[in-house]
Ligand binder design. Structure first.
Ligand SMILES: [Mg+2]
Length: 263
């Protein structure tokens, strides 16, 4: 463990900011939960219609949760564990197998359509996100890092209105990192390789800060990698307590624009 601070942020000379996207720059995780719930409600109605007897929303949700746990185990620290299309596909396969029903091939397309409709209606950048990034970019190199794959990452980047050059210097989805996820030392190593090859800079860990909303992902990654950590207490994880020392951030803020006084 290489935790570089003990509840105290030494922000002098911070040169490189690695900023998470979902929950940190925009409201995203609660909309995602709502989108999943709406999609599962539709699945329950549709399979009930096809089977001719009730397959309840609770039952479908339970099955979805089991498949998610399996997916996380099957793809440890890999982006495929977050792949919702894969998860819904596995759900349909399991429903079809266990209920001996044939489900139409276009069901997955309809599920994803519902998912993105609900997500898009609720998700949004925080009011101060754009101006904060613009100001930070004048003083630091700003790199957005996300566990999302390319398709999902790009879609959310557009929903959050994040523009290259204006809001960030580099945008890294997990595809660019060979499908690896936070929080692993390999993830950090690959991010730094990307930063070096794309921005031409080699920044020592003492001059890097990771900013994120998820204690078990972003803050753990920062502490494992020996860089400063700043937690943004927003969205689904806002009131979560750190479960161990690795989840404790050097500094905590409630709004993204507080970064401007910290850094
Ligand atoms: Mg996040």
């Amino acid at each position: 463990m290489k935790i570089p601070c003990k509840n105290e942020l030494n922000s002098d000379n911070v040169e490189l900011l690695l900023i998470d996207m979902d929950g940190t720059l925009g409201f995203s995780l609660i909309p995602e939960e709502d989108a999943i719930n709406s999609a599962l409600k539709w699945v329950s109605e549709e399979v009930t219609r096809i089977a001719g007897y009730l397959i309840s929303e609770e039952e479908v949700m339970q099955l979805y949760k089991q498949i998610k746990i399996k997916q996380y185990k099957q793809y440890p620290l890999q982006t495929r564990r977050h792949d919702k299309r894969l998860r819904f596909t596995l759900l349909l396969e399991e429903l079809s197998r266990s209920r001996h029903i044939e489900l139409p091939a276009n069901m997955i397309r309809k599920i994803m359509k519902i998912y993105w409709q609900v997500f898009q209606a609720e998700a949004a950048p925080y009011p101060k996100t754009h101006s904060t990034l613009e100001a930070l970019k004048r003083r630091h190199k700003v790199v957005v890092i996300t566990n999302n794959g390319k398709y999902e990452g790009e879609k959310k980047r557009r929903i959050f209105g994040l523009e290259p050059a204006k809001h960030y210097d580099l945008f890294i989805t997990s595809e660019k990192l060979g499908g690896t996820c936070k929080p692993s030392e390999e993830y950090f190593k690959r991010v730094m390789q990307q930063v070096k090859s794309s921005l031409g800079i080699d920044v020592p860990t003492g001059r890097i800060a990771i900013i994120g909303d998820d204690p078990s992902g972003d803050i753990t990654l920062a502490n494992m990698s020996g860089v400063l950590s700043i937690r943004v207490k927003k969205d689904l994880h806002s009131s979560e307590q750190p479960k161990n020392d690795l989840e404790k951030a050097c500094a905590e803020i409630n709004e993204i624009n507080e970064l401007l006084t910290l850094l």
